[in-house]
Design a protein around this ligand. Structure first.
Ligand SMILES: Nc1ncnc2c1ncn2[C@@H]1O[C@H](COP(=O)(O)OP(=O)(O)O)[C@@H](O)[C@H]1O
Ligand SMILES: Cc1cn([C@H]2C[C@H](O)[C@@H](COP(=O)(O)O)O2)c(=O)[nH]c1=O
Length: 221
């Protein structure tokens, strides 16, 4: 039975890499996929992974009707054996309904990849609809880690290293705050729930550790 599968996780947990692996494994066996993405960091019409792999994709703009697009492709003699959709959190709920119809009426597997919650830990509308409609939800097995070493479960947006909770839901960007990387002005950092609740990023934790309150005082015995 064809399925609508939602592969979800935090930013930087390997979703796009897995999408590219699924595409590679199927296409190398002669199957033909239709690949969609939206707002990929590499640009329009791309599906890219931080491991450096990238492939062409159809940009799933607001006005794209997945069902109609696939019907158009098939009726003009094209072949489609499966569908991959990256950055699915950015899709409108109606577009997720169209993907469910692709599974049920066109009998194609649809593999959708995306983050579940935004920087305020609220569901993206597209992810909410996927949770409601997917046959299966797969949480990625590669753990992204919080700076404290715990499993990262939440996405924080940072400005100069500080977590912010105001702003537009959609701001395309990359993770910062690795031990070696400089703090970009606006970026993202994955955190465990405890540190997301406390708004403690790697930069603010580092600053707190270096603050005079916790440094040994000269002459203190
Ligand atoms: N230099 C590197 N060496 C090995 N693995 C890396 C490197 N850079 C990134 N990765 C891996 O790539 C993952 C991010 O993959 P990506 O598919 O871009 O994530 P997502 O789509 O979930 O945001 C990281 O969690 C890490 O496992
Ligand atoms: C948390 C959050 C993220 N985004 C953006 C930032 C990136 O462009 C993508 C996630 O990409 P990834 O491949 O999973 O790393 O989403 C956003 O717009 N709003 C947010 O709240």
């Amino acid at each position: 039975m064809p399925e609508l599968v939602f592969f979800s996780g935090t930013m930087d947990c390997g979703k796009s890499t897995l999408a590219l692996q699924i595409e590679h494994n199927r296409s190398s066996r002669g199957l033909q996929g239709m690949i969609y993405s939206r707002n990929d960091r590499a640009g329009r019409g791309k599906l890219s992974s931080r491991l450096g792999l990238v492939t062409e994709a159809v940009e799933a703009a607001d006005d794209l009707d997945f069902y109609a697009h696939l019907i158009g492709h098939l009726s003009s003699g094209g072949r489609v054996d499966y569908v991959i959709v990256d950055e699915a959190q950015f899709l409108a709920p109606e577009q997720i309904d169209q993907l469910a119809r692709v599974v049920d009426d066109l009998e194609l597997d649809v593999f959708a990849f995306g983050i579940t919650t935004d920087f305020r830990s609220k569901l993206f509308p597209g992810s909410q609809r996927l949770v409601e409609l997917a046959d299966r939800i797969e949480v990625l097995q590669v753990e992204a880690l919080c700076w404290c070493g715990a499993r990262a479960t939440h996405n924080a947006r940072t400005v100069d290293g500080r977590m912010v909770v105001e702003g537009a839901q959609v701001v395309v960007g990359d993770v910062v705050g690795d031990v070696d990387s400089p703090q970009a002005e606006v970026g993202y950092e994955v955190l465990c729930r405890r540190h997301h609740r406390r708004r403690q990023t790697s930069a603010t934790a580092r600053a707190a550790a270096l603050s005079p309150d916790v440094l040994p005082v000269d002459g203190a015995k």
